[in-house]
Design a protein around this ligand. Structure first.
Ligand code: BG6
Ligand code: MG
Length: 220
């Protein structure tokens, strides 16, 4: 196995929409809630929720609401959406880890790079268990450990600290514009996957496929 000969010592991966397609389930959970509340919601609005915390996402969903909701009502709605979302997560199996992700992650790890998760989600560990990646990453920084969500860099700075690396030694992999902005704000280079992340001029690399990471890290 070729050793990592690139510029990075660590990789910090966003989870939803990067490692697996739970971004679809977030959409379905929010759509179900919005329909129940009679609030207009579509895929375009959903893009704005990428990387953003659950409560901040709810505020975006409710921009189209005709009534004002109390804090208690908002908390109930966030919980309800999370219940719908977790129903979908509960059906995931290791088959929901795409083959190209699995193969690339294994090769990156074998090259000696340190790997971490940097996700705003409070469900990150549950998702990793569902898709068979429990214990795979060296460190996990997630929504249970931070007080400010992306585009604030807190989740990535926490991951770098856990990996005992400086931001300049790490590459962040993101599908969210807010995530690319968070990486830049923290002094990280980033690899953008998909149209939302690639719409940011702050992305260092634009990935055509997940396995492009091997080349960026000097492994192939
Ligand atoms: C991010 C998603 O990973 O996690 C956001 O991109 C989501 O869309 C956020 O709102 C929080 O997730 P959770 O699982 O804690 O509701
Ligand atoms: Mg994401």
């Amino acid at each position: 196995m070729r050793k990592n000969s690139g510029a990075f010592s660590g990789l910090i991966f966003d989870l939803d929409g990067v490692i697996c397609f739970t971004d679809r389930y977030h959409y379905q959970g929010w759509k179900r809630l919005a329909d129940e509340e009679g609030v207009y919601f579509d895929e375009t609005i959903n893009h704005r929720l990428r990387g953003v915390s659950r409560m901040a996402s709810l505020e975006i969903v409710l921009e189209r609401a005709e009534k004002a909701y109390s804090q208690a009502e908002k908390e109930e709605m966030a919980e309800r959406k999370n219940r719908y979302y977790r129903e979908l997560l509960g059906e995931m199996t290791p088959a929901d880890l795409p083959a190209d992700r699995k193969e690339t992650l294994i090769r990156l790890k074998e090259s000696g790079l340190k790997l971490a998760i940097g996700s705003s989600s409070k469900n990150a560990k549950f998702i990793l268990e569902r898709i068979g990646l429990d214990g795979f990453f060296d460190e996990i920084s997630d929504g249970t450990m931070i007080s400010r969500s992306k585009p604030d860099p807190e989740v990535f700075l926490t991951a770098a600290k856990l990996l005992q690396l400086e931001p300049a030694q790490c590459l962040v992999i993101e599908d969210a514009k807010a995530g690319v902005e968070a990486a830049a704000a923290g002094g990280f280079q980033s690899a953008a996957l998909g149209p939302d992340a690639q719409s940011s001029s702050l992305a260092t690399f634009k990935l055509e496929s997940f396995s492009d990471l091997l080349q960026i890290c000097g492994i192939v």
